[in-house]
Design a protein around this ligand. Sequence first.
Ligand SMILES: Cc1cc2nc3c(=O)[nH]c(=O)nc-3n(C[C@H](O)[C@H](O)[C@H](O)COP(=O)(O)OP(=O)(O)OC[C@H]3O[C@@H](n4cnc5c(N)ncnc54)[C@H](O)[C@@H]3O)c2cc1C
Length: 312
Amino acid sequence: MLQCLKRRFEKHVQRHKGIAWADVQARLDGNPKALESLRRMEDSGGEPDVIGQDKATGRFTFCDCAAESPSGRRSPCCDQEALGVRNEHKPQGRAVEMAAAMGMQLLIEEQYRALQRLGEFDAKTSSWVSTPAQLRLQVLSRCCIQVPLSDSVEDWSDDAFWAELKRRLPTEVAGTQITGPSIEKRIAPLRSFVAEPMRWGNLFLAGDAAHIVPPTGARGLNSAASDIYYLYHAMLAHYQRGDASGLDGHSAKALARVWKAQRLSWWMTTVLHGFPDSIEYDQRLQQTELEDLFSSDAAQRSLAENYVGLPF
Ligand SMILES: Cc1cc2nc3c(=O)[nH]c(=O)nc-3n(C[C@H](O)[C@H](O)[C@H](O)COP(=O)(O)OP(=O)(O)OC[C@H]3O[C@@H](n4cnc5c(N)ncnc54)[C@H](O)[C@@H]3O)c2cc1C
């Protein structure tokens, strides 16, 4: 095991600048528990390597450095609690418990970002990072009601908001709502915008700077992330290999996906929102769209495909 770790350590010096293998080995020699954890990481395809040292304690940090998550560790739930709330398509494993069984912990976001600066990892797979408990509170929800754009947030006290939400929900659902003080309130306009092309000379646009969708389809962050994914790889190709084709094609490639997100958001907005200037004909079409969605497998599949996010 030590030989395997040493070979990897020497092959990837950029991951642990200023750290000598002799010091790492000296600590590992007296720590069979740590060696056993590393063996488990290695056996499951993690390719552990040293990525840092705690200056105060002198302890070294090992982390999985496989380019992509090993096949046996893909698509788990976060932990038992997260698994418990999944009704269908329950994932097989739980990331927190898998790590604990190896004597390891999940990286926190800051560590994951630091790891990404040491090489190219996780470009095709995804990883769980340890999530702060306050971000995972199950009693928090985002609730939306449509209001005239002329309203302001001050017009909507928490009590007024909850009363209006309940009034618009079916009685049996309204009765189950648990309400509490809001932590944030805002009025988001239903607007759509695309800047085309997404490049001007050496200026590259991405995310909301290039395109806005109404919140109905929850596509904004997804589109911003895919823009950056394309741009990141295009920049790598340009700066590392002198290949400008990715940058030249960035706008067209990103826009092809952006327009699909726009279409979904526009469609969901027209189906799910009421508009003050709509005539009876519009309302009947809206009703028919919804009936088609509820009765057609093909329509539901198409919505699901677009809603979970198109591949990029
Ligand atoms: C209420 C609301 C709910 C949403 N819900 C969803 C959802 O459920 N799903 C979804 O996919 N999307 C959602 N979105 C959209 C999503 O948040 C955005 O599409 C996404 O954050 C865009 O990412 P971005 O990096 O392009 O822009 P931003 O996240 O806006 O990041 C831009 C950053 O630039 C900073 N900045 C601005 N000006 C300057 C300056 N001059 N100098 C330095 N920094 C500056 C800003 O402070 C900000 O941090 C929602 C948006 C809102 C407002």
